[in-house]
Design a protein around this ligand. Structure first.
Ligand code: ZN
Length: 224
């Protein structure tokens, strides 16, 4: 994933203290600055640093006139994986799409395209997480021919190729599938979207997969 290259320069760079544009204008952050801002916010979160998110009445009033989120996040609907908390962010800073298994159907993709093309969001993060039940369901589909009630199978089915791709890989099977799924969703969104491709070509967008550790609170950005 070429768009994810250069990730590890992020950790060493100086912290950037930022907020999304308070008056609803597009953010001025570059894709790399946006990634650094997420990284720094997560460091604070993981360290239990005191943090007061921008949720005041003044903030609400300012953002009621418009929004300029500096990152788009596709994350799992899991109750333990709230992006605004994990990245220490307030109102108007993150454009978040949440689906079980952080899969991106047409509606999710269109939502992100809106964030990128209309709102000017310069960064897209597809974030999987440890112990993801949706990915575990896909593993059970592959290994046990498991079936699920209602539409739950429709969530797990798109994850099956990631499960199959990590077969035989060393390490934790579920953990490998979770990371593989996040990377594949990110790549698939680019492949399917001329809108995202155009933004990447113009250096207006960077796309990266990530993995959130439930217990340690840390987000690991995945190169590739
Ligand atoms: Zn999950």
């Amino acid at each position: 994933m070429a768009a994810a290259a250069g990730l590890f320069a992020v950790a060493a760079a100086a912290p950037v203290v930022v907020r999304a544009a308070p008056e609803g204008f597009k953010t001025k952050l570059t894709p790399d600055e946006a990634l650094r801002a997420l990284h720094d916010g997560n460091e604070r979160f993981a360290a239990d640093a005191p943090f007061r998110p921008e949720i005041s009445s003044a903030r609400r009033a300012a953002t009621a006139r418009g929004q300029g989120p500096f990152a788009s996040i596709v994350s799992c609907a899991d109750s333990r994986v709230a992006p605004e908390l994990v990245f220490s962010r307030g109102i108007g800073e993150l454009f978040v799409v949440r689906t079980a298994g952080n899969i991106a159907d047409a509606v999710a993709l269109g939502s992100v395209e809106y964030s990128v093309a209309v709102l000017g969001s310069p960064l897209l993060v597809v974030m999987g997480h440890a112990s993801c039940g949706a990915v575990a369901a896909a593993v059970d589909m592959v290994e046990k021919n498991a079936t699920f009630p209602g539409s739950i199978g429709e969530v797990a089915r798109p994850i099956v190729p990631a499960v199959q791709a990590v077969r035989g890989r060393s390490g934790d099977k579920l953990g490998n599938a979770i990371r593989e799924n996040a990377v594949r969703v990110a790549e698939g969104m680019i492949t399917r979207s001329p809108v995202l491709q155009d933004a990447i070509r113009k250096d207006k967008l960077r796309v990266i997969a990530a993995h959130y550790g439930l217990a340690d609170g840390r987000v690991e950005f995945l190169g590739g």
